[in-house]
Design a protein around this ligand. Sequence first.
Ligand code: FES
Length: 252
Amino acid sequence: MTEQFEFTTNEHNVHDTADTSVFGEDVRSDARQIIARYPEPRSALLPMLHLVQSVQGYVSPAGIRFCAEQLALSTAEVSAVATFYTMYKRKPCGQHLVSVCTNTLCAALGGDAIYRRLSEHLGVGHDETAGTPGEEGSITLEHAECLAACDLAPVLQVNYEYFDNQTPESALDLVKALQRGEKPAPTRGPALTDFRGAERQLAGFFDDLESTVAGPSAAPETVRGAQLAHERGWTAPSMPDDAELPPLPEKR
Ligand code: FES
């Protein structure tokens, strides 16, 4: 059974007494760099939570306390944010996070069948991990809401990188390759790392910027409309200078 922290009436005691020594001087130096990007330390909370996940693979009680100490927030304020967003994990994530879009368009085109096939193969359900979290070949599976790539449905992501136009068979081949320790190339975007590596990038650290930006960035399906408009000389009408704008509501 994987470790998971639960939010109970005494949750803040858990966070306030957690041992933060897992965050060594190198992480504290990264934290200072993140905080320096913002006029107010508290504004750095979202990338700080990604930094914590890059170290531990989830937002642990120690991670909550570390963020609170670094940003002069209470542990209650940090945990309120960490539990609001699904990208912040409350139990240790696998080496790879596989997110299958099962929102309307992907589901209709096979997303549900993809999720079912992967769930059967891995023997886990939503937000569960096959294998020991963090170890090579371990996979956390999750349902995802629309991944903003409906023109390429059905899609899935591995560590937030896209694999477009999937089938149950192609998705299964992909997951088996991940379990063997391989890192197949995403359809678009940078080469695969692992969940913790992706979290470091989300914290704003690109240790190998060249390879991070090397992948294809746009699918032909996505830019087809713009290309057709360009070929046919279609443009949107410009805004007339004397256009009447609706009145702004009064501030209360
Ligand atoms: S419904 Fe799957 S990407 Fe939009």
